[in-house]
Design a protein around this ligand. Sequence first.
Ligand code: F6R
Length: 608
Amino acid sequence: MCGIVGYVGSREATPVLMNGLKRLEYRGYDSAGIAILHEGKIKMVKTKGRLAALEGKLNSVDLKGHMGIGHTRWATHGEPSDANSHPHVSSGGKIAVVHNGILENYIKLKDFLISRGYNFQSETDTEVVANLIDYNYRDDLVKAVIETLNEMEGAYALGVICTDCPDEFVAARKDSPLIVGLGKDENYIASDIPAILEYTKNVIILEDREVVRISAGRAEIFNLLGERVYREVFHVDWDVASAEKGGYEHFMMKEICEEPAVVKAAISPRIRDGQILFENFSLTDEMVRSCEKINIVACGTAYHAGVVGKYAIERLVRISVEADLASEFRYRDPMVDKKQITIIISQSGETLDTLMALREARKKGSHVVSIVNVVGSSIARESDDVLYTFAGPEIAVASTKAYNAQLTVLYLLALKFGQIRGTVNDEDIRYYLDQLMGLPGNMEEILRDKKEIQRFAAGHYNAGSIFFIGRNIDYALSMEGSLKLKEISYIHSEAYAGGELKHGTIALVENGTLVICPMTQDLLFEKMVSNIREVKARGAVVLAITSRKHAPEAEKAADAVIAIPDIDPLIAPVTAVIPLQLFAYYMSVMKGNDVDKPRNIAKSVTVE
Ligand code: F6R
């Protein structure tokens, strides 16, 4: 949500900032802008709409200079408009600011600044930050930023330039991500690594409440007391190609096609001599043995992976597991204590509600294990233990490969916990590891048959409403199928547990209603066949997704069947989700939607 880029060095800053902003488009935005400091003046171009609109405006403006800041904005305070786009400049034109986050006490600060003669051109909280820095500024930009941050309540990542400082700019963060990229005689800031990957792989991940002064030759970090602090430099091993489309029409399709490799990458480093190993784990066997309950907390797709994780852990570990939405968990004063383990799942590692849920769980004494994709992200850093998903950058807003990777890690965790608690024996471990290692091959097979799903989508992309029905793990999978469909095709959709149909929802089924039924759970297959018969009796058109061994039976009940390779039902969501992701993808393409950047949603949700 919102993207920030900053540059200082010998290159022209505008193309570097534009490249960076393009790499951050996936985060979601509705306006964009850049400001360059040149010959003592701040020049700025900004606009409502996509980066193409900004590029259009830049064609008619001479924006030369070697230092600048850029921003993609996802509107919170004030509608998407030219005036509300970032950067924002202080009343006298001395300070320009880009900001990600929400300033909670901005009304009070704005009133104060108005009483001191400042005027405002926008409805944003960010313009308050620019004016407050100007108000606090004497002759030291770092000092003025620190004073301002000490008066601000809320979340922020900031980039600040000042007409008095031609060779350096200042950045800061709290609860919103910001990294510093270190080049040779040039330096960068960005909300995320892909923005600077083509220029440098050496990054510093700023901690909360840290301020950095950046010139071409150095990056000096300070805490909010103005004291110097020193941070480790990370070398990122993602390659530039991983953040590019590589011949695919959309990132989403590229990322779906990467899933077999992603699942392999999540398993391979964790298996040695037939045993599951989590390196540098501080969670002891004793803590696992004495654990009384497990909480799984996440948002969106990561939450849906967590619901599958609940089924898997309860089945393999025989312990009570609660899967909860982070935004609900954090505000319900959850009954968490030190006898419980909390698993936090997040692709970005920056989702604010998830981060706050993590803090709530730790505050109450629970050991937190996080399953995270982005290395060094806030959730990764604040957890007691981290299991990285190694999925590489996920650029499409709709999460796909991260889900498979999260599931894979959850299965490994469930097996490990089961082994420690004695609910899983060596033979079970061998069996499940064999099944897990067979997944990439099975996934490749499904991906080879994409055309079948494309054809089915071609016949239904005008549907007004689509239901997903499943039981047990397939219900969790249905929730993910339904979310994927609605977020990129904009078709209304709901997921229901098969057994719940009769309790109300079946009233909505009428002639032509499309119902999609994942049915991978052997024990519940017959029950799902009955559900199909019930909806078909009311005129529904049914697509079933089931294993090859059940396909002939499913074909007798459903209108169409997608058959996937036979695997153990417990791990079936890793393969069965692929047809659902492809279905959502093709529906979106056929409707002419912006598949990778669907309307209204952001990739990294850093506000509540
Ligand atoms: C859906 C999607 C979102 C995210 C959710 C959590 O396709 O991408 O629902 O899953 O915003 O994000 P992370 O995993 O980054 O915490």
